[in-house]
Structure formats: C-alpha cells, structure tokens
Design a protein around this ligand. Structure first.
Ligand code: FES
Ligand code: FES
Length: 210
C-alpha cells in the first residue's frame, strides 16, 4: 500500500513533467521560422494581340482583361464591372466577342486577340469607329471600345447566319433589323444612354436604313 508521501511525490513528478513538456513545446515553436506565404502559381502564355505575338508569364489568376491593360498596356479595353455585366471589356478572340474580364489569360494560348487598338487608329478608323463618330454613338466614351468591338462581331454573327433570341424564324438567315441589333448588343451597357445612335451607326455600316 502506498504511503501519502509516495502519492505526493508521484503527483509532483507528473506536474513537473507536464510543465517541462509544455516549455519544450513553446521553445520548439519559437525556434521555428515563420511559414513563408505560398508563391502564386505562374504560367507562360503566348498569344497574338492585334497582329503581334506577345509572350507573357502570368499569375494563373490573371484575367485576359488585366493581361491586356496591366501587362501589355493596351488600355483601350475598359474595366467597368469586372463581373461580366457591362460589356466594357469586350474584345474579339479568333473573331468572336468575349467579355475579357471573365476569361483567364492563360486559357488563350495561341489565340488571335483583337482589341479596339487593333481595329483602327485615329488616322485610319475602322468603318464602325467612323460610324460611331458620324452618328454620335457615344457621350463619355467609356463603354465605346466594348460597344464597337461587339458591333463588329454582331454584323459578322448575322452574316454567318447565327440566330439570336430576337430571330423569329430559325430556318432562314437572320435579317439586320433594329430588334436583332438591340438584342445582340444588349450585353453592352451604356450609362450615357447613347443606344439609338449606336444602332444607327451599326445600321450605317451594315448598309441598312434604320
Ligand atoms: S468589365 Fe467585363 S463585363 Fe463589365
Ligand atoms: S458613352 Fe458613356 S457609358 Fe456609353
């Protein structure tokens, strides 16, 4: 049978052992170097922008919009909402319009990208740019690069026979009407409300009387 003294020694031993273990744990933790934050993953990507081959190494989370604006300094393409809701960031990829804020740059390896700078320049405007000037298709101009890229692609879509929600008969080629244009341009928001002049500009390029 254990004496009260044996019991006391035993309890003290446990307590001392516990304290020593805790101290060792703390001192080991102190000695550890703080964890280094994980480096963002990067990837090389190469695509053609307005006829020039561009090679970039990007954080894989970089959107095509940010690659164009921040890395290639092509600031004609605008950032409005950055959420796919306004169309200000519209560019063409292999001839088709996309919202560049919704697409990762590294997904475009080998693609052919056209921005507003690639459509025309002040001394040689694209017909759609000239029509926007002629018809006052803008006020502040913030949405305009996206509107023009979209408008060029819209006429190509109609020409290719691609139907829209406004196309009444899917068995015939869609016609260029105000309804078709308004429906197809509905993803491009203009806070200045230049919509009717934009439609006039597009009709003008299409050779259709509004
Ligand atoms: S910035 Fe891309 S849709 Fe608004
Ligand atoms: S011209 Fe100002 S937002 Fe369209």
């Amino acid at each position: 049978m254990k004496s009260p003294v044996d019991t006391e020694i035993s309890r003290r031993g446990i307590l001392v052992g516990g304290v020593a273990t805790a101290a060792l744990t703390v001192s080991t933790a102190d000695a550890q170097t703080p964890p280094t934050p994980a480096q963002p993953a990067t990837m090389k990507v190469s695509f053609d922008v307005n006829g020039k081959r561009r090679n970039l190494e990007l954080d894989t989370r970089t959107t095509l919009l940010d690659a164009l604006r921040e890395h290639l300094h092509l600031t004609g393409t605008k950032k409005g909402c950055d959420h796919g809701q306004c169309g200000a960031c519209t560019v063409m990829v292999d001839g088709q319009r996309i919202n560049s804020c919704l697409s990762l740059a590294v997904m475009h390896q080998g693609d052919r990208i056209t921005t507003i700078e690639g459509l025309g320049q002040p001394d040689r405007l694209h017909p759609m740019q000239a029509a926007f000037v002629k018809h006052d298709g803008y006020q502040c101009g913030y949405c305009t690069p996206g509107q023009i890229c979209s408008a060029v692609a819209v006429l190509d879509e109609i020409k290719a026979g691609i139907p829209s929600h406004a196309t009444g008969d899917f068995t015939t080629r869609p016609a260029i009407t105000n309804e078709e244009i308004r429906e197809r341009m509905s993803g491009n928001i203009c806070r200045c409300g230049a919509y009717s002049n934009i439609v006039d500009a597009i009709n003008d390029v299409a050779g259709v009387r509004a």
